[in-house]
Design a protein around this ligand. Sequence first.
Ligand code: MTE
Ligand code: MO
Length: 421
Amino acid sequence: MNTNKPDRRRFLKNGVALAGLAVGGMRSGVAQTLGSEAVERHAKVAESYGERTRFETVARLPQAPTPQYQRAGIMLTPLQDSVGIITPSSLHYIATHNHAVPEIDPRQHRVLIHGLVDRSLVFTMEELRCLPSVSRVHFLECANNSTQLLAGDGRKAETVQDTHGKTSCSEWSGVPLSVLLKEAGVQKGAAWVIAEGLDLVKHAQSIPLEKAMDDIIVAYGQNGEALRPEQGYPLRLVTPGFEGLYQVKWLRRIKVVDQPYMNLLETTTYIRPMPDGKAHWFDFELPPKSVITRPSGGQRVPGRGFYEITGLAWSGGGAIQRVEVSTDGGRTWKDARIQEPLHRFAHTRFYFPWTWDGEETVVQSRCTDERGQVQPTLTEFLKTRGVDLNYWKTTKARVGFFNGIQPWKVTREGSVQNALL
Ligand SMILES: Nc1nc2c(c(=O)[nH]1)N[C@H]1C(S)=C(S)[C@@H](COP(=O)(O)O)O[C@H]1N2
Ligand SMILES: [Mo]
């Protein structure tokens, strides 16, 4: 939506009937600029491991440092340029508490299953590959995603990458954790598992056994190939619908235990302090959330006329059942079209036809999940938490499970701005 050419204006005015013509014109333009030498060079690269064209430059961006993420290399997914529901592995967000990404030789790697089990087991990567496997599309999201008030360079968070860039969606492949646990034989009295990674901080999380026996994947594959190093190569947990911390990367150990272990991050940074002095521990499931990715903050709407609004919705409660869009500042809401097939615990793409009259307005989306949970406005969210806006902005209560509706203001000049605050 960055183009502001008269051509584009005319196309929009005259409507979609001209789409075929416009595309045809572009195609011949490209053919003219690629000499046979360039075509040959491109073919050679594409033969080994494909590269995108030099015309495409969309990239991850670093997040602004926060008190808990001073050293970490948090990289945000460019949702504004996304199409469909799969995040390319190269653009998957990265959240690692110690900046270093361990380099693990898969031939040396082992994963240990032990604790309250009939027999402790050690698996090599090759052995895991022999076991029954699944491939499923799931989103990951950091618990403090969409609370960002600042962009990476210190300005007010403006783009959907700044505000919502800590969520991505991949097809994950691997062995159900239940297969490994059944093989080891879970003993009576077991109620939790502790999953541990082998990064420097030994990232470890307590997960209810019920979830472990349900749908957790011990994943070695992402989008048709091995995991990326930043995503946990060669092995990670994918814990559908649970907040980011439970997606343990560089997995080396699962210990079956009778109670949670009160690990570092589940008793410090990621607890949810409440105004009455109490705190929430062990919040797992992410609430329903949606956001319009196009048009979104920082993009331009070149002139009045037809646009397809599009965005993403997801929930830790399962599948997305409904998405509504408002293009008049929240006065009226209409159902958006949802892209099928529906995947549970996955990004879900929605579309909404919009004819802009050229006047200033606010566009926003809200979703409902299969349990009937509805995404709240910021004001409704604050009410359910019993906090005021100032408290939310200035304390750590802002961190964690915020799922407020994201409004984007469209000005008469056609610029799109973050209108949350
Ligand atoms: N071993 C290990 N696993 C980890 C982390 C970590 O620092 N170390 N970070 C967690 C957090 S906070 C999130 S949000 C997700 C992010 O997964 P991604 O980097 O693949 O997007 O991984 C989780 N798993
Ligand atoms: Mo996270």
